[in-house]
Ligand binder design. Structure first.
Ligand SMILES: C[S@@+](CC[C@H](N)C(=O)[O-])C[C@H]1O[C@@H](n2cnc3c(N)ncnc32)[C@H](O)[C@@H]1O
Length: 228
């Protein structure tokens, strides 16, 4: 049976409604995402970053010359963002009445297993992207849903990342628990995600007035969509 709960997080400090640990995110650094996005959009392009968290990627995008508006529903996350306009709002209810050269929805947020919520996310992207702009989405490559296995990774300095309890309640759904340990602090994040293969994603984008126009750097995990 499909689990009813989409997300669950545990551990010290504030936890966002989607299960992310704020204190853990403050310790993370970017991993190439800002440069990848920067290379895909015009110099100085304005960016609406949906689900910005603590600004892990925002701060580098600012340093690369972009104006960024950072949106998150967690005030505790946004309190760490410096130098960007911040908007505390759910993505699905965002109505800024202005458009941006690029709308960024990364961190696999678009893979929510709630179809109605995903559609609302994509409508927000459409409403806030300029007619000649791009929506940039980060998803897992579709085959990840078949191939991912439990793992444990030593990230150095007493930081360990584990993925456990993987199950596939339906062919396109995957639930798993991430476990993050830093010294004596430990957080867990259980999520349920839906595979967005190219055909399904194209249909989902179409319903929101968008179309897929390609992949960033040829990486099928990073999708560019544009207004239809
Ligand atoms: C996995 S974290 C990633 C944060 C950031 N993108 C990064 O890569 O460091 C996901 C973020 O999206 C936010 N988020 C998730 N669903 C949201 C929603 N429906 N509306 C607003 N924010 C949301 C969470 O609060 C959290 O800060």
């Amino acid at each position: 049976m499909t689990p009813r709960k989409l997300y669950h997080g545990t551990g010290p400090g504030p936890i966002t409604p989607d299960g992310c640990a704020v204190d853990y995110y403050t310790m993370l650094t970017p991993n190439g995402e800002p440069e990848r996005v920067h290379a895909a959009i015009p110099e100085g392009a304005s960016i609406l970053e949906l689900g910005s968290g603590v600004g892990r990627v925002t701060h580098s995008l600012l340093a690369l010359g972009h104006q960024v508006t950072a949106v998150d529903e967690s005030p505790e996350m946004l309190a760490h963002v410096r130098g960007a306009e911040t908007v505390c709002s759910s993505i699905q209810s965002l109505t800024l009445h202005r458009t941006f050269d690029a709308v960024l929805l990364m961190s696999f947020v678009v893979e929510t297993a709630d179809d109605g919520l995903r559609q609302a996310f994509l409508r927000t992207c459409r409403e806030h992207v300029a007619e000649d702009g791009s929506v940039i989405l980060q998803r897992q490559a579709p085959e990840w849903y078949d191939t991912v296995q439990p793992f444990e990774r030593d990230a150095g300095d007493g930081h360990t990342v584990r993925m456990t309890e993987i199950s596939r309640p339906e062919p396109d759904l995957l639930t798993a628990t991430m476990e993050y340990t830093v010294g004596d602090r430990r957080w867990t994040h259980t999520f349920l995600s839906r595979r967005l293969d190219d055909d399904f994603l194209e249909a989902e984008l179409g319903k929101a007035g968008l179309r897929m126009s390609g992949f960033l750097d040829g990486d099928r995990g990073w999708v560019r969509a544009v207004p239809r």
